[in-house]
Design a protein around this ligand. Structure first.
Ligand SMILES: Cc1ncc(C[n+]2csc(CCOP(=O)(O)OP(=O)(O)O)c2C)c(N)n1
Length: 340
């Protein structure tokens, strides 16, 4: 097992080591909201997995979010519409959880003009500023300073808004990540750094890349609070995000939240990849057993969950139909899409 340290921490000490919250504090309405958010996201990703190769209508590489839903949904539930997120290459979860338009995302994946980036960007470059999704990027950690810049603008304008900088565990190895934490802490900016630690950078485990494995402790070096929480516990993620949002709104500065999570499918693409040799089928299946959605759905009547599924499947059908009938952008317009 290449990831012994994490595997043990995740699977054996799960309830105590991440400060799991006993239930979700705000009651049934919040639970329903979180369940809706995660289930919708799961069904979107699973449908994309199913159709990806069939007609080759989605040309863009896709880094699917299946398994990680509790992170974006838990954090975004703690935000206001006026707050922003600056996602990275595993972007669908943040785009959808923050309220990005589904039709525009589907059209973007198919390279259509009605896409949220005009059809020029694809899965890794999603943008919906009306929803506070400030544009994702395929370059590791590239959007982290964007979130810091947004937070600086909020502070300078006296706006009561918070910026979120999601990043994978490999982004922590980029210099700009550390520059961003340093500056944000120095200026007490209203920004939340969220590290989605899914244990791997493509196929390389964290333990083969970093001398210390506790990412959340990096926060201490920059004088900000660092927390770790269980990414299969959406209530725990939400609670940590609320704490960080309150701190940011009180003008006390940034926080770093490391969420221990797991991607079920391959790094890029729709398949399961336990044959690739870097992780075992057993490891993947054990994470699937701790599915964040199944645990929460069990608290609701099965009929209610089925109705939600039906509602979302219909919405996905409609958004795919919208994307399929949409036009491709004309190549003459490519220069109009470039802003300097
Ligand atoms: C600056 C930079 N270096 C390398 C890459 C190639 N690359 C793309 S995804 C990836 C791994 C990303 O891992 P992580 O940040 O943990 O996110 P995950 O894909 O696991 O969600 C790498 C190394 C890149 N896109 N940008």
């Amino acid at each position: 097992m290449p990831n012994d340290i994490f595997y043990d921490t995740h699977m054996k000490n799960k309830p105590t080591s991440y400060g799991r919250m006993p239930g979700i504090p705000d009651g049934k309405d919040l639970k329903r909201k979180l369940l809706r958010g995660m289930l919708r996201l799961r069904l979107i990703e699973e449908r994309l997995s199913a159709i990806y190769h069939q007609a080759d209508e989605i040309k863009t590489p896709m880094h699917l979010y299946t398994g990680q839903e509790a992170v974006a949904v838990g954090v975004c539930a703690a935000l206001r519409p006026s707050d922003t997120v600056s996602p990275y290459h595993r972007s669908h979860g943040w785009y959808i959880a923050k309220g990005g338009d589904l039709n525009a995302m589907m059209a973007e994946l198919m390279g259509k003009e009605a896409g949220c980036s005009g059809g020029w960007g694809g899965s890794m470059h999603l943008l919906d500023t009306a929803a506070g999704v400030m544009g994702s990027s395929s370059i590791l950690a590239a959007t982290v300073p964007h979130a810091v810049g947004a937070a600086l603008a909020f502070q300078m304008k006296g706006e009561d808004r918070v910026a979120v900088a999601p990043a994978g565990d490999a982004a922590i190895e980029e210099g700009v990540f550390h520059e961003s934490l340093n500056w944000a802490s120095f200026k007490k900016l209203p920004v939340i750094f969220v590290c989605e630690n899914n244990l791997y950078s493509t196929t390389t485990p964290l333990s083969a890349r970093q001398p210390r494995v506790d990412i959340y402790k990096r926060a201490e070096a920059y004088g900000m609070p660092g927390h770790r929480c269980d990414g299969n516990d959406v209530g725990g993620v939400y609670a940590k995000a609320v704490e960080a949002v309150h701190r940011a709104r009180r003008k006390e500065g940034p926080s770093l939240i490391e969420v221990m999570t797991y991607r079920w499918r391959e790094h890029v693409g729709p398949h399961y990849d336990w044959d690739a040799g870097y992780r075992t089928k057993q490891e993947v299946e054990e994470w699937m057993e701790h599915c964040p959605i199944r645990a929460l759905a069990a608290e609701f009547p099965a009929q209610e969950v089925q109705l939600l599924r039906d509602e979302f499947e219909k919405e996905i059908d409609e958004s795919l139909a919208f994307a399929r009938q949409a036009a491709f952008p004309r190549k003459e317009t490519i220069k109009e899409s470039i802003r300097v």
